[in-house]
Design a protein around this ligand. Sequence first.
Ligand code: ADP
Ligand code: ZN
Length: 514
Amino acid sequence: MADPVEILRSTFGFAGFRGVQDQVVGRVMRGANTLAVMPTGAGKSLCYQVPSLALEGTCVVVSPLIALMHDQLRAAEAVGIRAATLTSVDENREETIQRFRAGQLDLLYVAPERASSEHFRNLLSQARLSLFAIDEAHCVSEWGHDFRPDYRLLRPLLDRFEDVPRLALTATADAHTRADICEQLGIPHEGMIVAGFDRPNIRYTIQPRENTTRQVMDVMADNPGPGIVYVQTRAGVEKLAEKLAETGRPVLAYHAGLDPQVRRRNQAAFVASEDMVIVATVAFGMGIDKPDVRFVAHAGLPKSIEGYYQETGRAGRDGDPAVAHLFWGADDFARARQRIGEVETGRQPGERARLTALGALVETAECRRRILLRHFGEEDTPEQCGNCDNCLSPPAAVDAGVVAQKFLSAVFRTGMMFGTGYIESVLLGQSSERSLMNGHEKLSVFGIVSGDEAALLKPVSRALLLRDALRTNAHGGLEFGPAAKAILKGETGLKLVLPPKRDRRGKRGAAGGA
Ligand code: ADP
Ligand code: ZN
């Protein structure tokens, strides 16, 4: 058995392990089952690559994406590791099997669906195994944000080779998902090693969406370096890319609908550029090595806090200051809820919890970093980071319970069929042909909102939609959601966080500053 540190130096050319790597490798070398939770870029691959060289036999790496597997294969081969992939697209499968049986492989990458094949199990029993490495291990959990049923097939396989240690790896798992991964893969609780998640050089800013194009352009103007803009849909990517190009900055689009060749070209151009902005769906970023990304902007709500952390984490890998801007709208939450309604019932609680956590992050008056880190299980964080929007200029918290009641009763009394704009005009007592025709000017809620309350109407309607107290029907009309009653009756209050006034550039004015 060779010395891991020696291998780290001689094969990889690194002076020492970083962060929790030595803890993880130490456990693996002792044959203990382990879950390593390490943020992207922390060096997860090394945690199984080094043992694969130090231990006798082959390390079987389970990985969910064939494209990613081939990237990893190239990287491993580049440092002289004897590695191969065994997937449906590989033409040299026979040769790989031969090498595996003959003990000539340090690493064998496979997709999870192989695990269920009897043929593959037999193959594994014909060779000497050093380790099972399960990459993207959150895929095994229904609580995880990327559940893949195939990962459930792994457990019987792992149990059949009980003497072979298991190392599960993930960059993204909340406490609940982590516990579930351990449970699903038979890893003891004390076998969990979590690396620090803080990215102190990233400045987080989260604002309601007003005019996406203008808001993103402002971010671009403030950040001349390379940047990524995430948009939820392919059509949205194309549209925003076109508009942003008008600024004169080099702008390219990236999504799964583009020709693979175009995609590769755009990605390569971005990696080489010093001022390019790439507008992309979340398909972009995995496996991309560009340390000098200066900003990441989200033009809409990410899927989860994990997703937000991972996507914003592509900024500032070089350690220099970088910014992350998220622009969200109440309609993002409505769409997400609709999507949750369409997934299997077993996965709905997890999806709902994820959306609630996102809601708390965007609406908070607290330090954003603290909320992010707590989400990843780091309880011991300072109350203020000094490098997020809420720390740099604390927002005002106001009690908007009464305005929320007024808003909801106006929705109710007008028959739950009108949109936000009309409800606002009724509450403000703005007479129109429509309100006259509808007889709404005689309602007790007509003109019930005045003065200071008027400014709260927009944020209140946003907050009610976010909390599922209001829903938008197919025609844009507002209806009550399940959370409406308690707010209307005053059983649940509504505390609102009002961002300080900003100038046109989206920067906060001095008035709101601390
Ligand atoms: P992850 O899979 O966690 O995102 P990688 O395994 O791709 O991270 O590693 C990220 C980068 O860090 C790679 O370029 C890798 O070579 C480098 N790296 C990993 N471990 C070390 C180390 N101990 N010392 C120096 N560089 C390292
Ligand atoms: Zn902060």
